[in-house]
Design a binder for this molecule. Structure first.
Ligand code: NAD
Length: 360
């Protein structure tokens, strides 16, 4: 069987890590037909938008995509292409596994956490009123009228939207994922003690959904306490489910527990399509240097293999990556102590070592 997959190389370090990832995926023996499309600032001149329609059409058609990071220029006319893609395709799950690999630089051992982050709502819903705008003035009036809250004209607003439907589908996904992957516990993270009508709703829905999964343990944590407990004893956590903002922050924290962004993969998943990409960004300062770690994107590719049902290939690829990390010879600078970084290899050499490990 040949899998048709939309491939978006991205920009910055994107094209190098995408090429390294394409090579290891093909070396697993699975057949791919890559449908290559580009997005981001580099395509604006040609298409008039950073996210041309043909990119979304391709993902809708193929239902699976692998993507390198795309730069979001600061103060440059468009909101993040990444956020726009997740919204347009309703990829409401952001799945970020954070797992200890022996040899990766970390103060912790045996961490195996999967962060299930809601991907469409919360403060990322794009509901914002700029200071001094007509919308902000109306909101200031409404706050005075309905809440007896006085906000000054110098205030800007970003509104947190949490819905029952959005909460239900992400919590359900977390429990279904737990069941399917023989996980034991789901921890819902929130700040419901303060944010009663947004996080409070999320927590109430999570408690209700948990009743349908008696075989999986359920608990909840207030987000500030959660960060402290994650740093003290991360091994106590299994699956974390959280609204968008906490999920974003906690997944970076968890990546830090297991060796950093170079080994932190991710998937954006919806009912009709899935897009796999590393957690990290386009690291523009390293562009074109054959320097950065391609493993986060390769592990995202491994998640994609699992998603399309190629479990055996996924296991083989993950094992080869784990072996290369453990051997510590063919690794990039980020996986070495500062004193040893002079002996780091480049992006494409990491791919060579992994392919060799798989018998290629
Ligand atoms: P970044 O993740 O690109 O880089 C932060 C630092 O992490 C880098 O300077 C580098 O030291 C390290 N790093 C990142 N990836 C690495 C790798 N594979 N190997 C080794 N080290 C690595 O974050 P940033 O600098 O905040 O963002 C740069 C751009 O990327 C921004 O425009 C941002 O909007 C964008 N971004 C895109 C995505 C995406 O496409 N999904 C995600 C995050 C950020």
């Amino acid at each position: 069987m040949v899998y048709k997959v939309t491939l978006i190389p991205g920009d910055g370090i994107g094209p190098e890590i995408t090429e390294a990832t394409r090579r290891v995926l093909e070396a697993t023996g699975v057949d791919f037909k890559w449908d290559i499309h580009n997005a981001g600032a580099d395509v604006i001149a040609e298409h008039g938008t950073p996210l041309p329609r043909h990119v979304l059409d391709s993902i809708r058609k193929n239902r699976v995509a692998l993507k390198g990071p795309v730069t979001t220029p600061v103060g440059f006319g468009f909101r993040s292409v990444n956020v726009a893609m997740r919204k347009a395709l309703d990829l409401y799950v952001c799945l970020r596994p954070c797992k200890s690999y022996t040899g990766a630089p970390s103060n912790y051992k045996d961490v195996d956490i999967v962060v299930v982050r809601e991907n469409t709502e919360d403060l990322y819903a794009g509901i914002e009123f700029e200071k001094g705008s007509a919308g902000a003035a109306r909101l200031i009036e409404l706050l005075k009228e309905t809440q007896d809250i006085t906000a000054g004209k110098d205030a800007g607003f970003s509104i947190k939207l949490i819905s029952e439907r959005g909460s239900r589908r992400i919590v359900r996904y977390a429990f279904d994922y737990a069941r399917l992957n023989k996980r034991k516990k789901v921890t819902a993270v929130h700040k419901a003690n303060i944010l009663k009508y947004s996080d409070g709703l999320f927590l109430a829905v999570a408690r209700e959904v948990a009743k349908d999964y008696a075989d999986i343990e359920f608990e909840d944590r207030i987000v500030d306490n959660m960060t402290m407990q994650l740093v003290r004893r991360p091994q106590q956590f299994d699956i974390i489910v959280a609204p968008n903002l906490y999920g974003d922050i906690l997944s970076d924290l968890c990546a830090g527990l297991v060796g950093g962004l170079g080994v932190a993969p991710g998937g954006n998943i919806g009912d009709n399509a899935a897009l796999f990409e590393p957690t990290h960004g386009s690291a523009p300062k390293y562009k074109g240097q054959n320097k950065v770690n391609p493993m986060a994107m390769m592990l995202s590719g491994m998640m994609m293999l699992r998603h399309i049902g190629e479990e055996e290939a996924a296991v083989k690829l993950e094992a080869a990556i784990a072996t290369v990390i453990a051997a510590g010879r063919d690794v990039t600078y980020d996986l070495l102590p500062p004193a040893e970084q002079g002996r780091a290899v480049g992006t494409s050499q990491v791919a060579d070592a992994i392919i060799k490990e798989m018998g290629g």
